[in-house]
Design a protein around this ligand. Sequence first.
Ligand code: HEM
Length: 231
Amino acid sequence: MGWVATFFRSSIGSKFLMALTGILLLFFVLGHMTGNLLIFQGAEALNAYAHWLHDHPKFLWTSRIVLLAIFVIHVTTAIRLKLENMAARPVSYVKGRTLKATLASRSMVFTGLLLLAYILFHLLHFTLGVVQKDATGPSGPGGEKDVYAMVVTSFGNPVYAAGYILAIALLWLHLWHGIASFFQTMGWSHPRWTPLFTFLGKALSLLIFLGYVSVPFSVLTGLLKLPAGGN
Ligand code: HEM
């Protein structure tokens, strides 16, 4: 087992770990977005999905624990790599490679940490319901969570909707570079295929941005609203 730990602590092993956990988190982001988009099919579809998850606690908790472990590895490895880089290069370049780096690539740790703060807030907001209590309390007939009403009421407040849109834009920036970085780390570079992969990565990050942002945007513009006579 020693060699496994040594590999994952090495620079190349750490980058591999970032790429692997990053791609797994991307799958979660895509899955969560697909679930959220059920909101456009109406309250029943979204609530049926949310209630199905809550009615399968073994599945839900296993997924949560695996997701948390992947997330912790991704974040701690990123911080370790950044600290190691800073220690190896105490005087930052004035000119040279940094000039070529894009805004997205230079800000990976920064956008990552802001996303961490957003996710903690998001859990307090929608999962635990301790923020904006008037919008997130249990409201279904049997006392169960009415996820549709919760999301629509929350984003009915433009401050919350704008905050989410900002966080989703940060996710876009993070994925814009992150997906391209994945292919680079895996060594999958080819004069013909690399530009195509880079393009597909950027298109996917844009699609994710549009998919997530469509929810607060539709509430703000009145496309999504509470059912007439609902709470
Ligand atoms: C418009 C944007 C979003 C909406 C409407 C939304 C909606 C929700 C809802 C309703 C829940 C709670 C489900 C429940 O407890 O019944 C949830 C949980 C969660 N969301 Fe989001 N979400 C959005 C964006 C994001 C983003 C951008 C991320 C991460 C990058 C994210 C990560 C999570 C995580 C990690 C959970 C906890 C899952 C769990 O309870 O096990 N969400 N989201």
